[in-house]
Design a protein around this ligand. Structure first.
Ligand code: AMP
Ligand code: MG
Length: 331
């Protein structure tokens, strides 16, 4: 039986109940500011193994860990340098996961036998309350089955995980809507292992050199699959390209994922038009991205044409996600 717990008002008794559940080795789906996570006591190997089973996650794919303070960080990680500290001071609590050397207090299963561990202090007060009360680091990989879209809506988390986990916490819709940025420090260089809301330029502003790692562990995994063909429509003449595609593929059920401003141009001509947001509000497009992609997944059509954002800042981040679902199909 899965218990749904509404923690939007941060009721202290309910927080205590969730913290006890975590300490008891139970699995609790948790809200964070990035996306929902499946939480478990990171020090409890049985609970950690259950996460891998439920997510159908490859055992070599390391989990990341949430802590509420530096004492907790010290219990699981060592070798924290001045550079780490500058990143921490600037971005924690928040959506930046930092890779540290790990201590043996953490079971090998958490990190897929790596000698490093990704950690962050999250920026969501509900999950922070729970970690503080539980007094243990919580591992919280994204609450989705491996290879499926991440979840930002507690209702969807309930649909997916009812009957599979012990508790599901409703903390409202996740603020950011995309996973944390993951970084690793090597000498004076900061490598970005996974892109997220904290952008390379945000880190460069602290005076560091930033490089995108070629060795992104989750590269190639179709994390953003929408289960049907998707084509990225590039260039400044995207409206013409979409129009031509529609004219030349009359036998296909065509969908468009496009800007709100272009809805009236295409909605009558296609099977479904999914508004991703305004051309002027990339932040909102990002926040809504998983809902947009979920809607696309549920829609009954053969192919989606996806409009491009300009490739800077948040636009680049969204485009990375689009490229991941388009699998190099470009017109
Ligand atoms: P998830 O928790 O599902 O969002 O996935 C966490 C991701 O973080 C993994 O798939 C890896 O790509 C990355 N990651 C976690 N720990 C490490 C680590 N120690 N070194 C490098 N990458 C890591
Ligand atoms: Mg994930």
């Amino acid at each position: 039986m899965t218990k749904l717990i509404d923690l939007k008002k941060r009721d202290s008794k309910l927080i205590e109940e969730c913290a006890e559940a975590i300490k008891d080795g139970k699995l609790v789906v948790l809200p964070t500011e990035t996306v929902y996570g499946i939480g478990a006591n990171a020090l409890d190997v049985k609970a950690v193994r259950r996460i891998f089973e439920i997510k159908k996650r490859n055992k070599n794919n390391p989990l990341i860990v949430l802590v509420s303070d530096f004492d907790m960080l010290d219990k699981i990680a060592y070798g924290i340098t001045d550079i780490h500290q500058k990143l921490i001071d600037k971005f924690w609590p928040g959506p930046l996961t930092i890779i540290f050397n790990r201590k043996n207090s953490l079971p090998d299963d958490v990190t897929g036998n790596l000698d490093t561990i990704g950690v962050r202090i999250p920026g969501n007060e509900i999950v922070l309350d729970i970690i503080r009360k539980a007094k243990v680091p919580i591992t919280a990989p994204s609450a989705n089955f491996s290879g499926k879209l991440s979840i930002i809506d507690p209702k969807l988390a309930y649909q997916e995980f009812n009957g599979k986990v012990d508790f599901i916490v409703d903390g409202g819709i996740s603020d950011i809507g995309v996973e944390s940025t993951i970084v690793k420090v090597d000498g004076n260089v900061i490598y970005i292992l996974r892109r997220g809301k904290i952008l390379p330029e945000d880190i460069e502003k602290l005076g560091f050199s930033v490089r995108l790692s070629d060795n992104i562990p989750s590269k190639g995994n179709k994390h953003y699959s929408i289960g049907k063909k998707a084509i990225l429509v590039t260039g400044s003449n995207s409206i013409d390209k979409i129009t031509n595609y529609i004219d030349n593929h009359s036998s296909q059920k065509i969908g468009v994922i496009g800007f709100d401003e272009h809805y009236t141009l295409f909605t009558e001509k296609v099977n479904v038009y999914i508004k991703m947001g305004s051309v002027y509000h990339y932040d909102a497009i990002l926040k809504n991205l998983f809902n947009t992609l979920n809607e696309a997944k549920e829609a009954d059509n053969d192919v989606f044409l996806i409009e491009c954002l300009e490739e800077h800042g948040i636009g680049k981040l969204v485009m990375d996600k689009f490229r991941a679902i388009c699998d190099n199909e470009i017109i």
